[in-house]
Design a binder for this molecule. Structure first.
Ligand code: FEO
Length: 395
């Protein structure tokens, strides 16, 4: 049983998934996660905002039993993804009088994903309100954080925004009410990078929409609740700002027999000598979440790969594919690497960048083990990056 009181008659009653290691069979969760569900007891009606991943449903049910919740009038569904909605069918069995309150798009998703009957729904529109007696819920559509149907519920009297994935963090913790915590910020940045970064223009609109209300608490559906909402709002504003990049080169690489690795090592030194930060990631063992975090605000990407089977190494292709999918705000990109007898590595890598259009700086691709003249070309690439970063005003 782990219940966290957020305000009078507002409780976090969800589940902590301490040992979940991966999400969507894709995203590493080094610190587990939580699925937050919020119970709001009004003077006349009781609402539950979201449920939990079905694997952890018993935790939510135990919390409801502990609070002696005999009736739930409304189950608010912010987002149809099953880590929040997956418990709804079971709750409807336990609380048969409950209605599922959501927007029209989310309703269709829930009917498809969970086979919830149509007569169980109350559909609400943007800005619509629902009274619980002495508490009022306002529904605000905040799409593309990261699905198109997500909505925020604003508890008017307590000035709490329940934002679901938006502003969340994958972090299993019992320290659920935080003010300004750098650990939470790092995990929130990881979460933003992994699923929200491609939608940052829409996120900016959603933040503006939420800021039309006075918000005293942000209560997301993963990780801790923010008692100082400006802490996370300001971080998001920095992350989505296209002009805010740092003097950093992200350097994902893979090397088979050491030639590309020697180039990478020389290039790291060359960048450091010029006062440029560099974050190398060996793609055969890197935490791709860390790579995603690094991509949030770096100015430049350089990918290192050898040629294999007449093309770039598959690990490098996967890395560049991921970068393209995440659509970071990088301004410059280049490629370095070595080949034995030939191939189409550069064309292949450039062709993968369909969703972002960084300026491509002259790549350095060498035959065999790099020679002095090849290292000189790497120095020239570092010079070019220095020049470009100066133009950006980040050096
Ligand atoms: Fe936490 Fe998009 O679900």
């Amino acid at each position: 049983m782990a219940i966290f009181k957020v305000k009078d008659n507002v409780y976090e009653v969800g589940a902590i998934h301490w040992d979940r290691a991966i999400f969507d069979e894709l995203i590493p969760l080094p610190h587990g996660t939580s699925y937050n569900a919020y119970l709001i007891k009004g003077s006349e009606k009781t609402a539950l905002i979201d449920t939990v991943d079905p694997e952890t449903l018993e935790q939510l049910l135990a919390n409801l039993r502990h609070l002696k919740v005999e009736k739930i009038d409304y189950i608010i569904s912010s987002h149809a993804e099953q880590d929040h909605s997956g418990g709804i069918p079971e709750l409807l069995k336990l609380y048969p009088e409950a209605k599922v309150v959501t927007n029209a798009k989310c309703k269709t998703f829930l009917m498809d994903l969970l086979h919830i009957p149509e007569d169980k729904f109350i559909v609400v529109g943007d800005g619509e309100k629902l009274s619980l007696g002495d508490k009022t819920l306002e529904f605000i559509l905040t799409p593309w954080v990261h699905w198109p149907e997500t909505m925020t519920t604003y508890l008017v009297e307590d000035k709490i925004a329940f934002t679901c994935d938006f502003f969340g963090s994958h972090l299993a913790t019992t320290n659920m009410l935080i003010e300004e915590d750098p650990v939470v910020l790092e995990e929130a940045k990881r979460y933003y990078a992994e699923i929200m970064m491609p939608f940052r223009r829409q996120i900016g609109k959603n933040i503006a929409k939420l800021e039309e209300r006075k918000i005293e608490i942000i209560a997301p559906s993963h990780g801790p609740v923010y008692l100082k909402p400006q802490f996370i709002i300001n971080a998001y504003k920095d992350w989505i700002d296209e002009s805010k990049v740092t003097n950093t080169v992200i350097l994902p690489y893979v090397s088979m027999h050491g030639s590309t690795k020697r180039m990478v090592c020389h290039f790291i030194d060359a960048l450091v000598k010029r006062g440029i930060h560099v974050k190398p990631f060996n793609l055969t063992k890197a935490d791709l979440g860390q790579l995603s975090i690094a991509l949030v605000d770096a100015a430049t990407l350089v990918v290192g790969t050898p040629m294999v089977l007449a093309g770039a190494h598959p690990a490098a292709i996967y890395g560049v594919f991921l970068v393209n999918a995440l659509k970071p705000k990088i301004k410059y990109a280049s490629f370095i690497g070595s080949y034995g007898w030939g191939g189409r590595m550069l064309d292949q890598m450039k062709a993968l960048l369909t969703q972002i259009k960084p300026e491509i700086l002259e790549p350095v691709v060498v035959k065999g083990n790099p020679r002095a003249e090849d290292f000189k070309k790497l120095d020239e690439l570092a010079d070019k990056i220095f020049e470009k970063h100066k133009e950006l005003g980040v050096i």
